[in-house]
Design a protein around this ligand. Structure first.
Ligand SMILES: NC(=O)c1ccc[n+]([C@@H]2O[C@H](COP(=O)([O-])OP(=O)(O)OC[C@H]3O[C@@H](n4cnc5c(N)ncnc54)[C@H](OP(=O)(O)O)[C@@H]3O)[C@@H](O)[C@H]2O)c1
Length: 321
């Protein structure tokens, strides 16, 4: 079957369009014939060899897919052949078919386009887990970094569903529009040199939660604005910079630093992930959450789409159809 292969570590230009063998469908796995796939920041990290998961070369990247179920392994009675589904897969999604463990598969309502579904599982699965890890509750103030990105925009929508007050950090006007459309209450520029002061202006008593997919200066500056008992959730390092912090900071301010890994939780605690899909799918069907698709590209244009993400020119998800 056709697939994009990663044959050497490097940038999007190193990917090769070719073939790969059809996948085996084992116990507790379904095969999805892929109609659309989401382009993720972590795909860039994985093809460059910088991701925590480093598959053996050559491999097919791609971690977020949507399509129809075309094979059911033993123990997959909850799904049916021909059913619409979206899934997180570790890699292998940039191909015609892929298999996924059922905990990572969300049933998608017939009314939802598969291109939209392809922007759903990683962003909303990760966002829901991150907000859970933060213990975010109604009326709390949450700061969200990279807020017009795929994970950031999902965090805004789900935080608003929980009744929180959302301060969104974004890099430009187009991204501000997206964050506002998702429901953000306040916007702060991620290019501001006064991030801490800007936050103190809108939240003088400090913020309760920070969701950080960016790292670097964003982490350091927003942490200064975290209030008593506050939680900062480290999700990723889109800035390319991993911050360092002295542990006493958290003691003297009675705060917590929490890591949240969607990928690892799928492996270590799959029930925690699978339990969330029915509610998230229902919210998708009801229009309460709306995956932001910045553009749709053809399969042949996949490396170009990855390059756009690398150049920070994307708000929401690019979807390959
Ligand atoms: N831990 C988990 O469970 C989990 C799950 C999924 C993703 N992630 C991580 O979360 C991060 C965001 O993923 P995503 O899919 O939402 O990516 P995305 O759509 O590309 O969004 C990333 C955002 O980060 C901001 N950013 C700040 N500095 C940047 C830089 N130097 N280069 C690129 N972007 C920069 C950008 O916002 P502005 O330009 O508006 O500032 C951008 O919109 C990634 O690090 C990813 O690996 C973690």
């Amino acid at each position: 079957m056709r697939a994009w292969n990663c044959v050497t570590w490097g940038g999007p230009g190193h990917l090769k369009l070719g073939t790969t063998p059809e996948p085996e469908c084992g116990d507790g796995e379904v095969e999805i014939t892929v109609k659309a796939c989401g382009i993720n920041f972590a795909d860039l990290l994985m093809i460059s060899g910088q991701f925590q998961v480093r598959p053996e070369l050559p491999f097919v990247p791609g971690m977020e897919v949507a399509g129809r179920i075309t094979r059911l392994g033993p123990g997959c009675e909850a799904f049916s052949l021909g059913q619409k589904a979206a899934a997180y897969v570790r890699h292998g999604g940039y191909a015609e078919k892929v298999v996924a463990p059922i905990a990572q598969v969300a049933a998608i309502p017939e009314s939802i386009q598969l291109e939209v579904a392809a922007a759903f599982p990683v962003s909303y699965g990760s966002a829901e887990l991150a907000l859970d890890r933060a213990g975010l509750s109604a009326n709390e103030i949450v700061v969200i970094g990279g807020a017009a990105g795929a994970v950031g925009s999902a965090c805004i929508e789900l935080a608003k569903q929980r009744g929180a007050v959302v301060i969104a950090c974004v890099g430009d006007d187009a991204k501000e529009k997206i964050a506002r459309a998702c429901g953000a209450d306040q916007i702060i520029s991620s290019h501001s040199r006064r991030l801490y002061e800007d936050l103190r202006e809108v939240a003088p008593d400090g913020v309760d939660v920070i969701i950080d997919p960016v790292g670097g200066i964003f982490f350091e500056e927003t942490l200064r604005a975290l209030g008593y008992g506050g939680r900062i959730v480290s999700l990723g390092f889109a800035s390319g910079k991993i911050p360092s912090i002295r542990a006493n900071h958290f003691l003297v301010r009675h705060q917590s630093l929490v890591g949240s890994s969607f990928g690892l939780t799928c492996v270590k605690d799959p029930g925690r992930i699978s339990a969330r899909w029915p509610q998230l799918s229902a919210m998708l069907e009801a229009g309460q959450i709306k995956p932001r698709i910045s553009q749709t590209r053809s399969f042949a244009e996949l490396p170009k789409a990855l390059q756009m993400l690398k150049d920070r020119k994307v708000a929401g998800r690019i979807v390959i159809s």
